[in-house]
Design a protein around this ligand. Structure first.
Ligand code: PLP
Length: 404
């Protein structure tokens, strides 16, 4: 069997085939785990050649990976429309740092969406600030205010859509177009949708990253991240990553590749369950609002329907209660939801959230009256359990609230 051309297939087919080159798999289905620091050469001339070319997929030394990592990176490139290549990182946050360091230089201005993942915000106010990068936050629902920030030169824009915790959907093509008109680079955290649900490079972005710890791993047992881009930025990402000495373990790469094979069907199932559960939650008297762009009537639904081809199991809801302790009681009483960070695994999770603590310019749906009166909120990651069991579980814990 020769390598199949993935371009002619649909995404569900592609995730089953991508990255499985015969020269990497040999006669078996999955690329084996190549554990290696040293790569051996036949001759001194071969060693010199390998050192000189620094080619993708060329044996050289363990830090540049071996077939297990190349196979995963190749698979991620094949499922990312518009990508020339993909760089793997030891975590999603490491991928974010890899993107930032590949693009930004001292004195640069970075515009960051105000609903970015909290560690991304911390990177802007910590590491990047120390390196002389000035970060400013913008409201991803206010393109006028965003455009006004380009009065001074902007080097790069960081997007994330739907945004962390509160799930607002940004008009990515419009925001990326403003950046492009102003010679700024657009980077996006696409962890929520994955390339199966949204293709950033086809919507005007230059670099897209995701945490593979979430949907790709899918089983809550590995940490990894990736960034993909067209040729120019892929080269910059790769060079920066090599200079930082970043490498992922072949064992984890093999696990991630295994997760990828079932990602399409897992996302489809958890999306369907999440929509069913979110619709049910919306009807409950203890709930003030459900923050889920996959639902009709959600403020982000129109753009989500226009730009996205799929969803996932992650959404949030706000309680009616004014009691800050209410969330803790609700999640403590849940039987089928774990309490924990991360998401995108086969098992459902519930996490109390306080999004207003991580906003500089946007209003938070958990603060309907401005600074006065905040409402408790919970983020759910819906896994692969039967949604009826999850609804029954939520029903029993919400019913207990009424007696408190
Ligand atoms: C989890 C997450 C990350 C970071 O990924 P890690 O693999 O945990 O480092 C980045 N962005 C988003 C939106 C996330 O949810």
């Amino acid at each position: 069997m020769s390598g199949k051309d993935p371009k002619n297939t649909r995404p569900a087919t592609r995730v089953t085939q991508a990255g499985r080159r015969p020269e990497w798999t040999g006669p078996v289905v999955n690329t084996p785990v190549w554990r290696a620091s040293t790569h051996l050469y036949e001759t001194e001339a071969d060693r010199k050649l390998a050192g000189k070319s620094n080619a993708d997929g060329g044996f050289f030394y363990g830090r540049r990976g071996a077939p297990t990592q190349w196979s995963l990176a190749d698979a991620l490139t094949q499922i990312e429309p518009g990508a020339h290549g993909t760089v793997l990182y030891p975590s999603g946050v490491a991928a974010i740092a890899g993107c930032m360091l590949a693009v930004l230089r001292p004195g640069d201005r970075l515009l960051m969406t105000d609903n970015a993942y909290d560690p991304t915000r911390s990177m802007a106010s910590g590491l990047l600030k120390r390196l002389g990068v000035k970060a400013e936050f913008f409201d991803p629902l206010d393109i006028g205010a965003y455009r006004a920030l380009f009065d001074e030169p902007v080097r790069a824009v960081w997007l994330e859509s739907p945004g962390s915790l509160t799930m607002e959907v940004c008009d990515v093509p419009a925001f990326a177009a403003v950046a492009r008109e102003n010679d700024a680079v657009t980077m996006i955290d696409n962890t929520w949708a994955s390339p199966l649900g949204f293709s950033p490079l086809e919507h005007g972005c230059d670099i897209t990253m995701m945490s593979l710890s979430k949907h790709v791993g899918g089983h809550s047992d590995l940490m990894m991240g990736s960034a993909s881009a067209g040729e120019r930025w892929y080269r910059a990402l790769r060079r920066t990553s090599q200079q930082l000495g970043q490498v992922v373990s072949p064992d984890d790469a093999a696990l991630a590749a295994r997760g990828l094979r079932t990602m399409a069907i897992r996302l489809e199932q958890s999306t369907a369950s999440a929509v069913e559960i979110a619709k049910w939650l919306r009807q409950q008297p203890q709930i003030a609002s459900v923050l889920c762009p996959m639902l009709e009537g959600d403020p982000g639904h129109a753009i989500w329907s226009r730009d996205f081809t799929g969803g996932c199991g992650l959404f949030s809801f706000v309680l009616e209660s004014d009691d800050p302790q209410a969330c803790g009681r609700v999640v403590d009483e849940l039987e089928h939801f774990g309490i924990g960070y991360s998401w995108g695994g086969f098992e459902s999770l519930a996490l109390p959230i306080v999004p207003q603590e991580y906003r500089a310019v946007m209003a938070s749906p958990t603060q309907p009256g401005g600074d006065t009166g905040t409402k408790p909120a919970i983020r759910l990651s819906i896994g692969l359990e039967d949604p009826q069991d999850l609804i029954a579980d939520l029903a029993q814990t919400l019913a207990k609230m009424d007696h408190k």
